[in-house]
Write a protein that binds this ligand. Structure first.
Ligand code: NAD
Length: 541
């Protein structure tokens, strides 16, 4: 920036629309949904500013109606990835030197496009592709993505303003350079906002990015790409490739110019990628930045003083919204014996009142899980619980994949705190509950801390301040996002930066400055105004 210390608009969270019956936003979203549902699209890759069709295609179907086809997408061959790498490096020459206010303007424009003309489209595409209810689509694809884009612009300017002290004879300037090389973004199926944010946050900081969305999210990823294009992201800055994740990843990680990965997905995939980066470490021109947000086994632990209705509501929403397919979803709960009956009655009533079906019927609270692999895995754990002596299903337990991948929201009660579903990430609408003795609060907190390898989100409920304080202390390392008397889901950009440690990720906190620091490599510039001409210091006499 040469000619002014520009100020960006102050970021505010995008208001969530209500979609009540009869509201204009509901009509628009439903119209967009029906239009998408009743037509087909063909999604090319986007490489070097060109739409690329290889003819090697897969079909796309809504999880709630898996025989219905809404389109096809093209899958990469190795040569397409090689072209994308060259294209990224070529684009970097200009993009990395583009003034920050131009980059900011592009992504602020993208936010406004989603808030306005693209809102119904991006929500409808997320309902079709990922079977989100309109509310879940709105808080993800519209609001969270808008928030990421707006807040990141503000955070970028705050980072640039962080400068070292200077003296009258030397001016110290810190320049936040983009990484040398290109970034690889791999995104999961479950949040359209994450799919947009992982490439956009790195690109905003001046990097060029090759983005590989999940196979199960290509339909809504296409809308994100359309927004980026219309907002003016130049060719080669964000490229979108689809296809065999192993071939694509191996090709990218083999490039000496690979300089960082922005990943969100499951733990084992991330560990595997980290291992490959380690194997290739001698080939890289720079140490790659490795940022990954991964799995969770998120807990709710309720003290005997907790309000049973609040606990039941937190479980109903925290475990079952979007069919439990949030990395933050509550999936193991610990409830004190004296409040258990009340919690149980409320929870069972709530779950029995859920309606399940297509997101097109907006009275449905539950829709389908993402794909057959997920359905079969969930069904097998439910069957296991039905036959195990130390587990009992107290509500739910049925499933049906004849039309869509529908799994009933299921609550398992176990007598064994180390029962398999107390530590395995299932990523679906299944929650397991362990009831503990009222006077075992401290032991239970230690149990919560030790039971799973993950440490993403968790919540404690109590009306007793000392009990809460003990929870905050003992569970210090058990969650990167810790909630007191609230459900463990629903982090808001700019308010609750999100991420976890242990097997849940590198905890670089998406939606905060901390994440953006990972996409810059600062250069310190010291300029001396009157340069010494004699090496001798006064002490030498
Ligand atoms: P996934 O790991 O199956 O896929 C994520 C991405 O990795 C996809 O793009 C996929 O194509 C790609 N991938 C799969 N195998 C790969 C391989 N061998 N090499 C390279 N890339 C590969 O995850 P998913 O089912 O899409 O998403 C659910 C998972 O994501 C859950 O574990 C959830 O906890 C996690 N998640 C975490 C966060 C977080 O912030 N911590 C947020 C959302 C999702």
């Amino acid at each position: 920036m040469g000619k002014g210390f520009f100020e960006v608009p102050i970021a505010v969270n995008e208001p969530i629309k209500g979609y009540a019956p009869g509201s204009p936003e509901r009509t628009k979203a439903l119209d967009a949904y029906k239009k998408m549902y009743n037509s087909t699209i063909d999604v090319p890759m986007y490489i070097n500013g060109e739409d690329v069709k290889t003819g090697n295609i897969d079909t796309m179907s809504p999880p709630h109606d898996h025989q219905h086809i809404v389109g096809t997408y093209h899958k990469a061959e190795k040569k397409n990835i090689d072209t994308a790498i060259l294209g990224a490096l070529e684009a970097r020459n200009t993009w990395a030197n583009t003034p920050w206010e131009q980059r900011a303007a592009i992504f602020l424009r993208a936010a406004e496009l989603i808030a306005g003309p693209y809102r119904a489209k991006i929500n409808a595409a997320t309902m079709v592709a990922q079977s989100k209810t309109i509310h879940q689509a709105e808080i993800d694809a519209a609001c969270e993505l808008i928030d990421f884009l707006r807040f990141n612009v503000q955070f970028m300017t705050e980072i640039y303003a962080e400068q070292p002290e200077s003296t009258s004879d030397a001016w110290n300037r810190l320049e936040y350079r983009p990484l040398e090389g290109f970034i690889y973004a791999i995104t999961p199926f479950n949040f359209t906002a994450i799919a947009g944010n992982l490439p956009a946050s790195a690109a905003l900081m001046g990097n060029v990015v090759i983005w590989k969305p999940s196979d199960s999210q290509v339909f809504s990823a296409k809308i994100v790409l359309d927004v980026f294009k219309e907002a003016g992201v130049p060719p080669g800055v964000i490229q979108m490739v689809m296809g065999d994740p192993i071939m694509i990843t191996d090709t990218i990680l083999a490039s000496p110019d690979f300089s960082g990965i922005h990943f969100t997905g499951s733990t084992n995939v991330f560990k595997n990628i980290w291992q490959k980066i380690g194997t290739n470490i001698h080939n890289y021109k720079t140490y790659p930045r490795i940022v990954g947000e991964t799995g969770g086994k998120d807990f709710i632990v309720a003290h005997k003083t907790a309000n049973p209705k609040q606990v039941a509501t937190a479980i109903a929403r925290g475990a079952f919204e979007f069919q439990g397919q949030k990395c933050s979803a509550a999936s193991r709960c610990y409830v004190s014996k004296s409040i258990w009956n009340d919690v149980k009655n409320n929870l069972v009533n709530d779950v029995n009142s859920f309606k399940m079906g297509s997101p097109e019927d907006m009275s449905n609270f539950i829709t389908a899980v993402i794909h057959e692999g997920s359905f079969d895995k969930l069904a097998s754990y439910i069957d296991q619980a039905k036959s195990d002596d130390n587990a009992e299903i107290i509500v739910g337990g049925n499933y049906d994949k004849s039309k869509g991948y529908f799994i009933e929201p299921t609550v398992i009660l176990t007598k064994d705190p180390n029962y398999t579903t107390m530590f395995t990430e299932l990523f679906g609408p299944v929650v397991t509950i362990f009831v503990f003795e009222d006077d075992h609060w401290e032991e239970t907190l230690h149990l919560v801390d030790k039971t799973s390898e993950y440490a993403l989100t968790g919540a404690v409920f109590s009306e007793d301040r000392y009990a809460l304080e003990l929870g905050v202390k003992i569970l210090q390392n058990a969650a990167g996002n810790f909630y007191i008397n609230d459900k463990p889901t629903g982090a808001v950009v700019g308010q609750q930066p999100f991420g976890g440690a242990r097997a849940s990720g590198t905890n670089d906190k998406a939606g905060s400055k901390l994440n953006l620091y990972r996409w810059v490599s600062p250069r310190m510039i010291k300029e001396t105004f009157v340069t010494p001409t004699n090496y001798r210091y006064p002490f030498l006499g």
